[in-house]
Design a protein around this ligand. Structure first.
Ligand code: ATP
Length: 241
């Protein structure tokens, strides 16, 4: 199996309208794939569909060879949402110990993931007293427990300073080198450049799918921001004609 995720003709309705329409793509194993697009374009909805927590109206989502949402996938996928999934009144370590027990991850994972997200100095701090960036790293640490094969990370670097963002991107690439597949959403174009592959989304549809180099070449653009804007314009012209 070369693909960690295969999505075919996905259709998702939310609030009485189609927010993801006729969407298809694959995510090769061991890559960092960026899901890039403006706020509200459907990134979270798509990630929820991959993780198997979203009701879908049509299409097929296959994850690690199984239908999305299969019970057998539970311990093989790490998902970090935009809202913190850790308890305010526990310390970082206590919280991770709790989730490690729930996920049946080895106890030794707790200190490993704390180190990986750079929260070593804050391990004894109560979650409710963490800064925004520390809190999102604590959530990310939960997703790393149990060494999942697929990590689905919804805007994991929001609110982080450039040094921490750099550290996390180095971590993502290190994980991919060990064979982990990462699907990471962002609306920051400089992060897009750090992905092996990009899925550019707009208004519930895929605008383009390719490596950063391919997308720059295809649009004759020097940077990805410009490439994205050109693809938007192309799509609008195609719709008009
Ligand atoms: N629970 C919900 N009920 C109804 N509509 C929803 C719900 N959640 C999201 N939507 C709508 O679905 C669309 C896609 O939302 P989604 O959260 O997937 O976008 P996003 O690209 O992740 O945005 P952001 O970057 O701001 O997180 C938006 O128009 C949003 O308003």
């Amino acid at each position: 199996m070369t693909h960690a995720v295969v999505v075919e003709e996905l259709l998702v309705n939310r609030g009485g309208r189609a927010v993801v329409r006729d969407l298809g793509f694959t995510v090769p194993r061991g890559t960092v794939t960026g899901l890039i697009g403006p706020s509200g374009c459907g990134k979270t909805t798509l990630m929820r569909s991959v993780v198997g927590v979203q009701v879908v109206a049509g299409g097929v989502v296959t994850v690690l060879g199984l239908p999305a949402g299969s019970a057998a996938l539970r311990n093989r996928i790490g998902y970090s949402t935009q809202s913190p999934s850790v308890y305010a009144d526990l310390t970082v370590t206590e919280s991770l110990r709790y989730f490690a027990a729930v996920l049946r991850a080895p106890k030794s994972d707790v200190s490993r993931v704390i180190d990986e997200v750079g929260l070593g100095r804050h391990a004894g701090k109560v979650i409710g007293r963490l800064s925004g960036g520390e809190l999102s790293r604590a959530s990310l640490a939960v997703a790393l427990l149990g060494s999942p094969e697929l990590l689905v990370l919804d805007e994991p670097t929001v609110g982080l300073d450039p040094v921490l963002r750099e550290e996390l991107w180095t971590l993502f690439h290190g994980l991919a080198e060990r064979g982990v597949t990462l699907l990471v959403s962002s609306h920051v174009m400089d992060e897009a450049a750090r992905c092996h592959r990009l899925l550019l989304m707009r208004e519930g549809q895929l605008l383009a799918d390719g490596t950063p180099d391919e997308l720059r070449r295809r649009t004759e653009s020097t940077d990805l921001e410009q490439a994205f804007l050109r693809l938007v314009r192309e799509r609008e012209e195609a719709v008009r004609s």
